[in-house]
Design a binder for this molecule. Structure first.
Ligand code: FAD
Length: 564
């Protein structure tokens, strides 16, 4: 039965209805209560849980988080007691009427949105609102062309995690097959390995985590392989049954359960049906106060498009959902606050290796027609003389015209995320890449270096921007050599013997001055292990009047990029 409910509050109080009671929705609800004691706040949540830690779900599946209750950050009862927020779990909004300012709510206790009325005691009704906040999140993307998709599982909700937990621990299957090697796919891969399952990761692209540039993610990918994740790259699933997967390349995997992790799509059908403006990908369009094209309706989180320095993008991350949830409450409470542009700062860790990034990748910049300056460096996580330092692969991209930092990526066992957070902060503060050299960062031998990797990046950026050094990227090398450039490897003979770029001439930096006559005419490209000795060599040769470029990131970056 559908019946209209009117607010029980006085004339001046406002009813705010929120669809979705997890990251964005619950941030908005609690913030709004802290700002406004009179508002009536109603949260409609389709599943049986509110405010749960969906980012922790993979680790519950793998047993790292062994207390399921730890994932439940709040309950409807606690939210009522502390905040007087009415949370209706097991209820689903099925329609929005913009003109009437109402939502249709179907009650149901199953959490699957069937609206069978068996659940929480709230009936099916038409609920008026003064302000509506949409935070419906995302759904797993269903790729076209796979037969038997109904036999796959996914991970988005607590119920999904319970199902995967049961599959991973029941002993019913010896193998797990994950289709899609993005964040959730890779996190699950680690956790299935921890459960002792033979774990297969199937990826259409040439690398895992395709948001990262290939030479950067190579080390992370290697760690997966080292820990016995079986990668199937440049292919996808063709046919799936209850316990087999046949890949497009002909590989057949038996005794498996299968997870679909090929990305997420916005859960925005309610907004689309209500005629709200969305992008071509179905992400809800909002202004810098999270307002949709209907002034009384706001939207946050994975269902929305995010404003970035390079236009609208889908960035389904928890920080933005929480931040924008808070912001929308401020706006509704009357504060004139605006969202900063999003940079998409993110990180993932598996088997002790961390990959982190902020801003645009080289690939993403190329796609929008921008050719940035690029630097790669391979510093230690802390002073080399103090035990336990681990190498970090760090890449910074910045504008050739202004020096503005456009993006950065880092991979390493220690300290990679910290450096990306510093760069994300620098970007937010408008620092240029060369200004990274002036940052005064905490240092002791256990945690950093007197010249922190961030400072080193600043020095290199300064050299590049000032023209003190000219660099060439690993993927530009072949073209330059075909055009006649000679490659000089300035590492030691021992390093050279351990592996070298084919056709390079080895002249140890310490012998370069005495062997200068051996260098052929024409353009020279110098390189070392990571780029630092190459820089010294390039300066010497430049001073001697030679045309020279330093291979950015040296042997390590070239090997990572070409070894995939
Ligand atoms: P959600 O938090 O998903 O909440 C949306 C809620 O809306 C859902 O509970 C849904 O049931 C409800 N809903 C939808 N439609 C209706 C309706 N019609 N009626 C009622 N209720 C409805 N991000 C990171 O930054 N770092 C991480 O490490 C990370 N790890 C993740 C791991 C996993 C397994 C998952 C699934 C996500 C992860 N994320 C991570 C992403 C992050 O969780 C999301 O960006 C964030 O939760 C989005 O918040 P949201 O409010 O938009 O959606």
């Amino acid at each position: 039965m559908v019946e209209a409910t009117t607010s029980t509050l006085g004339e001046d109080s406002m009813r705010v209805v929120i669809i979705g009671g997890v990251a964005g929705g619950m941030s908005a609800a609690t913030r709004l209560r802290r700002l406004d004691e009179t508002a009536e706040i109603i949260v409609i949540e389709r599943s049986e849980y509110v405010s749960y830690a969906n980012c922790g779900l993979p680790y519950y599946v793998g047993g790292i988080i062994d207390d399921r209750e730890a994932l439940m950050l709040q309950t409807p009862e606690k939210l009522w007691d502390r905040f007087r927020i009415q949370v209706r779990t097991g209820t689903e909004v099925t329609a929005i009427d913009r003109a009437a300012q109402t939502v249709t709510v179907a009650a149901g206790g199953t959490g699957d949105g069937t609206g069978d009325g068996s659940g929480t005691g709230y009936g099916t009704e038409t609920l008026p609102y003064d302000r509506l906040i949409l935070s419906m999140g995302a759904r797993p993307t269903i790729p076209a062309g796979i037969t038997g998709i109904e036999h796959t599982h996914s991970l988005r909700t607590v119920a999904d995690a319970d199902a995967l937990y049961a599959l991973a621990t029941s002993g019913g299957h010896s193998k797990a097959v994950i289709i899609g090697a993005g964040y959730i796919g890779v996190e699950l891969a680690e956790n299935f390995v921890l459960r002792g399952l033979e774990t297969h990761l199937v990826q259409r692209a040439a690398t895992v985590m395709p948001g990262f540039d290939p030479e950067m993610i190579a080390g992370f990918q290697k760690a997966l392989v080292t820990h016995e994740v079986r990668l199937h790259l440049k292919t996808t699933a063709a046919t799936i049954t209850e316990n087999t997967v046949t890949l497009a390349n002909g590989t057949v995997l038996t005794d498996v359960f299968t997870i679909l992790a090929t990305g997420v799509s916005p859960d925005s059908h309610l907004a689309i049906e209500a005629g709200l403006a969305v992008t071509a990908t179905g992400h809800i369009l909002v202004d810098d106060q999270m307002r949709t094209n209907e002034p009384t309706i706001f939207a946050v989180g994975d269902a929305t498009s995010k404003a970035t320095a390079y236009g609208q993008r889908a960035i389904p991350l928890a920080n933005l959902a929480n931040r924008h949830g808070r912001l929308v409450a401020d706006v509704i409470a009357g504060r004139d606050v605006r969202a900063a542009v999003a940079s998409g700062t993110s990180t993932i860790s598996a088997f002790g290796v961390v990959a982190a990034m902020t801003g645009m990748s080289e690939r993403a910049l190329t796609a929008v027609g921008i050719t940035p300056h690029i630097i790669h460096l391979h510093p230690g996580s802390h002073a080399g003389y103090y035990p336990g330092a681990a190498p970090i692969a760090l890449k910074v991209l910045f504008s050739k015209e202004t020096g503005a930092i456009l993006g950065a990526q880092a991979v390493g066992a220690d300290g990679a995320d910290k450096r990306i957070d510093v760069i994300a902060t620098a970007m937010a503060g408008g620092l240029t890449a060369d200004q990274l050299m002036d940052l005064e960062l905490a240092y002791s031998p256990q945690v950093g270096s007197a010249k922190d990797p961030i400072n080193m990046a600043g020095y290199i950026a300064d050299n590049v921007l000032s023209g003190t050094t000219r660099t060439i990227q690993w993927h530009e090398l072949d073209t330059a050599r075909e055009a006649g450039a000679t490659l000089i490897d300035v590492r030691t003979a021992g390093e050279f013997a351990n592996g070298a770029i084919p056709g390079a001439l080895n002249v140890d930096l310490n012998e370069l001055r005495s062997r200068i006559h051996e260098l052929p005419a024409g353009e020279l490209i110098v390189h070392c292990q990571v780029g630092q000795r190459g820089h010294t060599a390039s300066r010497l040769l430049t001073e001697l009047g030679r045309s020279v470029r330093n291979l950015d990131g040296g042997w390590l970056t070239w090997r990572a990029g070409t070894g995939l």
